[in-house]
Design a protein around this ligand. Structure first.
Ligand code: PEP
Ligand code: MG
Length: 575
């Protein structure tokens, strides 16, 4: 068995087809007539845009009616139409008199290097989008035939070094049983597309191309990130059963799609989804979520090569608000730095980015960027049920500063008769021990809390959430984290404001009884686990959850708590 990162659930059993991008030799020839070369480039660029739009259209036909995942390819159109990138290519042709192929190659590689050098995994994966764009543009410019996967034999498992998003989008998905690639992760666009198309995928599988030949039988387990090459009959039999069970579970969860979220004894809670773009809002709503509890807006800032304008952001937030209809859309103001650096902001490298110039600290330092975002959010609030959420708060002064900026924007809107929601709610993420410990004070100043357990855990137990060497210490079941969560929810309740959670812990089946019993109002989880979370919540009565929680609160160590909870849940499932 070979391990990688499972990025699209499900089990695929089929036969290998190795896919390699054609190698193109770029002639670094000089051109006499730079104007003619610029025109040649511009016409190919227009064809690229047309072809990408065609792929998007054909992909839309393969997806559910409202699935907007096809728009991940739109990103390539935005990139090539980006003024900076486009002018960079044209200027190279004009000043250096080099051919369009070489100008595209150099410009794209420059952006690839910038993105690749960044700390964030997400940004590194954006490199794949630009590489895809570079390949396809150069193919078009040099007239090389593109790889065609539009007709495939049944039960094909695609094996590639790196899967280009455009290739994933254009393949004969009906006959693809699985995808395996050497590069890419959870947030790569190829992975997002695979999930939308329901194709099991395992990425980041080291040297897989060397380990298989065309026609080899393979099993792809997209949930556990496992690949079996030339499996023995016993393994095939086991995985056929697992595939059947997976399909049955998916079908069973569908029953929860239109249900209210409530415990077995009728205590209602709210179940929202976490999203990263305006288009994701439809994924959230289709997943059965009742709204959006976290819109991570930093992705809007990471995808481009310059900051999104107020207008672009307004369109994005408005789109999401309209998709959410009456459901709440909680927009988190940009949380950058830390693990999410952005090249065009020119921020200096910090020794401790997680303790540095991050999120609200950055926004209050770069008010130009913050004001543009708040204006966009406020303008969009005229179109739906939008709320503002501030990340990484550590002090009361930060909240006062945000509220003062929001009031000034509102006064300006009133003067210019710009519509917005006057009653817009402002909430904060509780993701630092500082905010948690003064949550009684902060609760008087804001409309809601959302506990960000991903960060709250790392800051409480002093464990970098991305450091493999100390990963064994990173646990939301540490008694300190459990106590701090209980305290925050208690303080929210005493102040009469909503207590929500948008960190990963909200979907953790072992955490659910504790959260229910502490009185959490809103669970915000990834769209892929909305139905499972609704089912898990329904499996508890408040009485049973209360009993489990009392036992947990008596316990002194992480091990004791996590063992007790996982044993309890395992027994509960067998009952
Ligand atoms: C969190 O910290 O729990 C959270 C939801 O924010 P992010 O994962 O984006 O840091
Ligand atoms: Mg966080």
């Amino acid at each position: 068995m070979i391990r990688g990162i499972g990025t699209s659930n499900g089990i695929g059993i089929g036969y290998v087809l190795k896919v390699e991008m054609p190698q193109i030799d770029i002639k670094h020839s000089s051109v006499e007539d730079a104007e003619a070369e610029k025109k040649r480039y511009e016409s190919v660029r227009d064809r690229f845009v047309e072809e990408t739009a065609e792929i998007i259209e054909s992909l839309k036909k393969k997806l559910d009616e409202n699935d907007k995942t096809s728009l991940v390819l739109k990103n390539q159109i935005y990139l090539i139409e980006d003024v900076e990138m486009n002018e960079g290519i044209l200027k190279l042709i004009e000043n250096e008199h080099i051919c369009a192929e070489a100008a595209v190659d150099a410009t794209c590689k420059m952006y690839e290097e910038i993105f690749a050098s960044m700390d964030s995994e997400l940004m590194k994966q954006r490199v794949a989008d630009i590489e895809d764009l570079r390949h396809r543009l150069i193919e078009l410019l040099s007239g090389v035939r593109q790889l065609d996967l539009s007709k495939l034999p049944p039960d094909t498992v695609i094996v590639a070094k790196q899967l280009q998003p455009s290739l994933t989008a254009a393949m004969d998905t009906e006959h693809v049983a699985g995808i395996i690639a050497e590069k890419g992760g959870e947030t790569s666009h190829a992975a997002i597309l695979a999930r939308a198309l329901g194709i099991p995928a395992v990425l980041s599988v080291r040297d897989i191309s060397q380990k298989v030949s065309d026609g080899d039988m393979v099993i792809v387990d997209g949930e556990y990130g496992e690949v079996f090459v030339r499996p023995i009959p016993k393994t095939i039999e086991i995985y056929k059963k697992k595939r059947k069970a997976y399909l049955e579970k998916t079908k069973e969860l569908k029953k929860y799609i239109d249900r209210e979220t409530s415990t077995g004894d009728g205590h209602n809670v709210h179940l929202s989804a976490n999203i990263g773009s305006g288009d994701d809002a439809s994924k959230a709503m289709e997943s059965g979520a009742e709204g959006v509890g976290l819109f991570r807006t930093e992705y809007l800032f990471m995808n481009g090569v310059s900051a999104p304008s107020e207008e672009q952001q307004f369109e994005e937030y408005k789109k999401a608000a309209i998709i959410c209809k009456k459901g709440v859309l909680t927009i988190r103001t940009v949380d950058i730095s830390g693990d999410k650096n952005i090249p065009y902001l020119g921020l200096s490298k910090e020794k401790n980015p997680f303790l540095g110039y991050r999120a609200i600290r950055f926004c209050l330092g770069r008010v130009d960027i913050f004001i543009a975002q708040l204006r966009a959010i406020l303008r969009a609030s005229a179109y739906g049920n939008i709320r503002i959420m501030i990340p990484f708060v550590t002090s009361l002064e930060e909240i006062t500063a945000v509220k003062s900026i929001v009031s000034k924007i509102m006064e300006d809107f009133d003067r210019h008769e710009i519509s917005y929601d006057r009653e817009i709610k402002i909430g904060i993420m509780i993701e630092t021990p500082a905010a948690a410990l003064i949550s009684d004070v902060l609760a008087r100043e804001v409309d809601f809390f959302s506990i960000g357990t991903n960060d709250l855990t790392q800051y409480t137990v002093a464990v970098d959430r991305g450091n493999e060497n100390v990963a064994y210490l990173y646990s939301v079941f540490h008694p300190a984290v459990i106590r701090i969560i209980r305290e925050v929810i208690k303080n929210a309740k005493s102040a009469g404001i909503e207590a929500g959670m948008c960190g990963e812990a909200a979907a953790n089946p072992c955490m659910i009884p504790l959260l229910l019993s502490f009185g959490l109002d809103v669970f915000s989880v990834s769209p892929s686990v909305v139905l499972e979370t609704r089912k898990n919540i329904a499996s508890w009565t408040l009485k049973e959850a209360g009993g489990v929680t009392s036992n947990v609160l008596e316990m002194c160590s992480e091990k004791e708590i996590s063992n007790y909870l996982s044993d309890y849940i395992a027994e509960k499932e067998e009952r």
